[in-house]
Design a binder for this molecule. Structure first.
Ligand SMILES: [Zn+2]
Length: 350
């Protein structure tokens, strides 16, 4: 048995050098320490051996067992470290790889128009106010001379949340709110003016020039001697700033429930500069916005005495201006977030 043990030690030393993976290592463990191994046989043999023999076999067995175990542990550790390093290598973050380039473009054309108009009115001393898209029937319609059942409501049919709340059909709701607020502190010579912008909604069939949701800028000025001439000057000034010094405006009588008189405002056709083309149907002018003097009825509805104060008001379709200014044919291009469309405005603005 002693000889067997010595022989197995030599065999072990020869074989262990060739172990290069965990699988072979497991086989070796079985072969040299398993239940059929020489070490195990030595243990069985001891039962019938003499005391001297037991001592010798026991000692040698223990030495070999410890030696085998040490080698196995070393190799297990070596293989595990190797695996871990291999995995870490695969998961390594390479900070030298260039990052993903994010495209940066200029503002959306609608925002460019809003910015430009806001700048103009801000310079003229108008306040810039925010408004909510969800509005009460009272401020969206009733305080603007559109009582329940008024036929003009049909022109502005919208989305009702319930009987009292609607998605606003125009930013003029903010004019009603501003007038009601201003009425609390109005004195002789006091003056108030503001512009507001945002989304508005109409029950409309979407096509190339109509959308059920679009943007408006609405503004008004209220004072002691605001006249139609002031309205004309303000709009003429704005249109020249937006479309160039040579731009002329033309006013045509129209009807809005909240202004009296009311006008549709046209500007010199941006395509033919007034010579006449298909866009302007040979008239040399294109329609751009609606305006008028605030109706005395609306002033009364908002607690303002029309004998004391007068006001001008206007409503501008942001998409309309952007389409004319940038030559955009389809209103839906504004809402589709197609970068090929948006990229074209890289060079506009500041
Ligand atoms: Zn034209």
């Amino acid at each position: 048995m002693i000889n067997n043990l010595k022989a197995i030690e030599k065999e072990f030393e020869a074989k262990i050098k060739g172990v290069t993976d965990e699988k072979t290592l497991e086989q070796m463990k079985k072969e040299f320490l398993g239940k059929d191994s020489v070490i195990a046989q030595a243990g069985m043999h001891m039962k019938s051996a003499s005391v001297e023999e037991k001592k010798e076999i026991g000692k040698l067995s223990n030495i070999l067992k410890a030696k085998f175990m040490r080698h196995f542990d070393e190799l297990t550790h070596k293989f595990k470290t190797f695996e871990l390093n291999k995995r870490l290598e695969g998961e390594k973050i390479d900070l030298s790889i260039p990052g993903v380039k994010l495209d940066f473009y200029n503002k959306h054309p609608l925002n460019l128009v809003i910015d430009e108009i806001y700048t103009i009115f801000s310079e003229l001393g108008f306040d810039l106010v925010d408004g909510t898209e969800l509005e009460t029937d009272e401020y969206c319609f009733q305080k603007l001379n559109l009582p329940i059942g008024h036929p003009a409501r049909d022109m502005q049919d919208t989305f009702y949340i319930n009987e009292k709340l609607v998605l606003r059909t125009h930013c003029t709701n903010m004019t009603a709110r501003a007038l009601t607020e201003a009425a609390k502190n109005l004195t002789k010579n006091s003056y108030v003016s503001s512009v507001s912008y945002g989304n508005v909604y109409r029950r409309d069939d979407d096509d190339a020039t109509h959308s059920h949701q679009f943007m408006q800028i609405d503004g008004f000025a209220l004072g002691d001697k605001i006249s139609f001439a002031n309205l004309r000057w303000v709009l003429d000034y704005m249109c020249k700033r937006l479309f160039g010094e040579a731009t002329k405006i033309r006013m045509r009588p129209s009807y809005f429930p909240f202004t009296e008189p009311s006008v549709e405002v046209d500007i010199t056709c941006v395509t033919c500069k007034g010579a006449g083309c298909n866009i302007c149907k040979q008239t040399g002018f294109v329609e751009i916005l609606g305006a008028g003097m605030i109706s005395p009825k609306v002033l009364t509805l908002n607690n303002i005495d029309p004998e004391q104060k007068t006001g001008l008001a206007f409503g501008i379709g942001v998409e309309r201006i952007a389409m004319l200014k940038y030559g955009i044919k389809n209103i839906r291009d504004f809402y589709e977030n197609d970068v090929r469309f948006l990229k074209q405005f890289k060079f506009f603005g500041e």
